[in-house]
Ligand binder design. Structure first.
Ligand code: TRP
Ligand code: ZN
Length: 869
């Protein structure tokens, strides 16, 4: 294996750049001919070698300044021109390449999706189209001419504005596009196909009219409306909250079925996984609706944070991704529920990101070393990256943060920037010293705060002792102290908030933790307070404080911060799980705290105070969330204890669940915050009631009377998880109704893969032959194989090694067809150090088997090598 690592410290400015590029595509699914005519500029007068990136195509011809050129060397991933004879700064290179989109199952570069043809160029996919300086700090103006058979491909799209078109005699037609904004190659896009188009328009704050076009597969117009509405809300919000306005006259979104990730922000021509576009009440759940809105917003927000200001090099990825995730989180928070969104994001961070930091793939939000860039589109770069931006926002406040944003945009518009450029703008706008804060960009791992307190009744002084430490990670042994914003509140015993003071000064509720040991003192505290710590999850850290039951009860009932109330519930559940896991391992009967049941009962009975928060608090953490509490994970034990907890809550609160279930009435389906919250609570009741004596009848009825996918799926899920008698007939009914529709069937595949049944693996294997399954479609693979390996913790980690063997077989196939998807799917296998010796041995054996595969992709190689190191 000759995969070479790249290092952040090795960044050099390019010797050459491209100012303009003309691309001609003669499209055909089997043989596409691409002519690229580029205007190059020598930036470094000393440079004589022009090395261009390129792979996976057939190279045809090369011309320099219009003449055949032979002074070049070639290898599997590059072409290097010897320009020692050339004495001009500016020159033209013409390259012809031949592509086979139909055979391109990697879904990078130019590929076929269904009956259409499209591109995916981020991060390094453009080099699968033609030889190019395929790096984000080379910005060029693109003109693209596409020629294709008109009947098969009536729509021919690319970035920017449509400038010309025409018909040819042979049944083909052509369209030419020009994008006036210089951009890196990764933002190039092309789409050809037959679509239904939803058109609309948006008037920007300066009065320009922007044409909005949404392209979906024929027959899907009835599922396009929500995405279009979401786009308009995003455009409006970015003007209002960030003062950022759209720049082109047209904004296009295309939904495709074959796509490796969620969506892609190509300039003026976003390409989306159809999962994040298509929705109507019959096919999409409330969750789907919100996910669609947030991905549409995310890609739209990239137009400024990503496109107008792009990344200097890929190590800076979090510059655009962390910031854009922060922006889409804020968008959702402003439009829906701020605390609900925060809780959802923290759940993801604590499970997926904390686990990544504890894995062989641990890396800082700005990585230092990369073999395959596709491996770094991670929860760390995205979600922890967003947390770092959020901490800046917390430290600066909205006003100074927006001032910093404006400075950042003014200084970097049209450029390829670094994370440092962003922090520097924030620093100068706020006059805060962010020297220590910058360490968040270079240090990986999850910091841990351990807090103890002391109350002196005599002097009325309360003090918090905070110590911080970051355990070593796979990539980095030595850690330093970080600047951690710690948001706190103090309550008296009856839950009244206390004023934070230090003698005559009011103290900000956000403490600046900067040292390994620090003490914060509060004066005029006349009763022993209950501390609410890490309000709103003000930093991505683990927090240890030894709460007693009374304190937790006070906070659960009275904390003003909804995140804190939810977080206290998590602590209570975690304590119950730990306690019972020990009992289980000691062979003792399991037991559930009556006090906690009483608290949960109280919360459920008063659900009208806050429907959404009630649901969130009463939702038991998933097995994967519980697993993160442990250094060594016991898959069977956790599953068993959690199951006991669900059944106990269900049994004890059965009457209340039934009452609330019957009280909530919703007739027509509407996507509003109020209705979503009510449906959420009602479906939570169904999920618990499923485990009680009324389970089968309640769930069966819920399924039968459901008039929307949210309720249908809730019933189906409850039936499956509780293994109800009605389960099989409901699953068959759903299958018969939806087998023509892969996106909807993904929900069904996911339920099948997460069944609690002993024979689930056999079922999953059989479903790989289901008519709705398609191994080349990443959505299908993720919903069946991905959810088995990631969500069905018990079955995947079966002690006979069957889960590992199954996943390895799949990965060997995917290594050939789609390395990017393979590389995401391998994650649970490389995390073997979190399991017992017997499982570790089996997992390592599986990885060794994989490492011997011929033509192992760089994607898998990088992860396997790190894991087995
Ligand atoms: N930049 C995209 C986003 O965050 C995601 C992306 C990166 C992507 N690489 C990709 C999407 C490859 C599809 C395929 O919005
Ligand atoms: Zn993004």
């Amino acid at each position: 294996m000759q995969a070479k690592a790249k290092y952040r410290k090795d960044y050099r400015k390019p010797d050459f750049t491209v100012t303009d590029i003309f691309l001609d595509f003669q499209l055909d699914p089997k043989k596409t001919i691409v002519t690229a005519i580029s205007q190059y500029q020598r930036l470094n007068p000393e440079a004589t070698k022009l090395r261009l990136d390129g792979n996976s195509f057939q190279f045809s011809t090369l011309k320099l300044n219009g003449k055949d050129f032979k002074q070049f060397e070639q290898d599997g991933e590059s072409l290097t021109l010897d320009l020692s004879q050339l004495n001009t700064t500016d020159f033209e290179v013409e390259i012809v390449t031949i592509l086979n989109p139909e055979k391109n199952t990697s879904l990078q570069g130019l590929y076929q999706s269904g009956d259409g043809i499209c591109t995916q160029c981020e991060a390094e996919g453009f080099r699968q189209i033609t030889y190019m300086l395929d790096r984000p700090d080379v910005l060029a103006r693109y003109t693209t001419k596409i020629t294709a058979e008109k009947s098969k491909y009536p729509y021919l799209l690319s970035n920017g504005n449509r400038i010309a078109s025409g018909d040819l005699d042979d049944g083909r037609h052509w369209v030419e596009w020009n994008d006036p904004f210089p951009k890196p190659s990764y933002l190039f896009a092309l789409v050809a196909g037959d679509f239904d188009v939803l058109t609309d328009s948006f008037i920007t704050k300066s009065g320009r009219k922007v044409a909005l076009e949404l392209f979906v597969d024929r027959g899907n117009l009835d599922r396009a409306d929500w995405a279009m509405q979401s786009l308009k809300r995003s455009m409006k919000w970015d003007e209002e909250r960030f003062g950022l306005e759209y720049d082109l006259d047209i904004y296009m979104i295309v939904a495709v079925d074959f796509f490796n990730m969620g969506a892609m922000e190509n300039k003026g021509l976003n390409i989306f996984n159809s999962k994040f576009v298509l929705a109507n009440p019959q096919t999409a759940t409330d969750e789907d609706y919100l996910a669609i809105e947030s991905v549409i917003a995310h890609e739209y927000f990239h137009n400024w944070t990503g496109n107008r200001i792009t990344c200097r090099d890929w190590f800076q990825l979090s510059l655009k991704e962390g910031l854009t995730v922060f922006r889409d989180q804020e968008f959702t928070s402003d439009l829906w529920s701020r605390s609900g969104k925060r809780i959802e994001d923290v759940r993801l961070l604590r499970t997926a990101q904390f686990a990544e930091d504890a894995s062989p793939m641990a890396h800082p939000i700005r990585p230092d070393k990369v073999i395959e860039m596709n491996n770094f589109y991670t929860v760390t770069v995205y979600e922890k990256g967003a947390e770092v931006i959020r901490m800046l926002h917390t430290l600066l406040g909205e006003q100074l943060f927006q001032k910093g944003m404006q400075l950042y945009v003014a200084e970097n518009d049209g450029k390829a920037a670094t994370c440092e450029d962003f922090v520097s703008a924030m620093e100068r706008a706020s006059a805060l010293d962010l020297t220590q804060f910058r360490r968040w960009y270079s240090q990986s791992g999850t910091p841990e705060l351990t807090i103890s307190d002391n109350y002196d009744e005599q002097s009325a002084v309360y003090s918090l002792h905070v110590s911080q430490t970051t355990p070593p990670t796979a990539d980095q042994m030595e850690k330093v102290d970080l600047h951690i914003p710690l948001k706190i509140a103090l309550y008296d015993k009856v839950g009244k908030p206390l004023v934070l003071k230090h003698h005559d000064n009011l103290v900000n509720s956000v403490l600046n933790v900067t040292q390994s040991e620090q003490t914060f003192e509060f004066t005029d505290i006349h009763t022993k307070p209950v501390p609410a710590l890490l309000g709103d999850f003000s930093a991505p850290v683990k927090l240890h404080y030894d709460y007693n039951a009374a304190q937790l009860s006070t906070l659960l009932r009275h904390a003003e911060n909804h995140f804190v109330r939810w977080d206290v519930a998590q602590m209570l559940y975690a304590a119950e799980l730990r306690r019972n896991l020990t009992r289980h391992q000691q062979g003792k009967p399991l037991e559930f705290s009556a006090d906690i049941l009483a608290e949960l009962y109280q919360i459920l009975e008063s659900y009208q105070q806050n429907v959404e928060l009630t649901t969130l608090i009463l939702t038991l953490p998933k097995v994967t969330e519980f697993a993160e509490l442990f250094k060594t994970i016991d898959p069977e034990g956790i599953t068993l204890v959690r199951d006991f907890m669900v059944r106990t809550i269900a049994d004890n609160l059965k009457q209340s669940f039934l009452k609330v279930y019957n009280e909530i009435r919703l007739d027509t389906y509407r996507v509003t915050a109020g209705d979503i919250a009510l449906r959420g609570l009602r479906n939570l009741c169904v999920s618990y009631l499923a485990y009680t004596t009324v389970g089968n009848s309640v769930v069966n009825k819920h399924y039968t009377y459901a008039n929307n996918m949210t309720d249908t799926l809730a019933a189906l899920s409850a039936a499956t998880k509780a293994q109800l008698p009605c389960r099989d007939s409901l699953l068959v009914d759903f299958e018969n109704r939806w087998q023509h529709d892969g996106l909807v069937m993904d929900k069904w595949f996911m339920l099948q893969a997460t069944r609690p049944d002993e024979d689930v693996l056999l079922k999953v294997m059989q479903l790989m032959d289901h008519p709705s399954f398609n191994f080349n479609n990443p959505n299908r693979v993720r919903s069946l194989v991905g959810s088995f390996a990631n969500q069905n913790v018990k079955a995947f980690h079966a002690i006979d090694g069957s889960g590992y063997r199954f996943l390895t077989d799949i990965l060997i196939r995917l290594n050939e067809s789609n390395p990017q998807v393979a590389s995401r799917l391998i994650e649970p296998l490389i995390r073997f150090s979190r399991y017992d010796g017997q499982r570790q041995t089996l997992m390592k054996r599986a990885l060794e088997r994989l490492s011997e595969v011929e033509n192992l992709s760089r994607d898998l190689y990088e992860k396997i090598e790190k894991a087995l190191q």
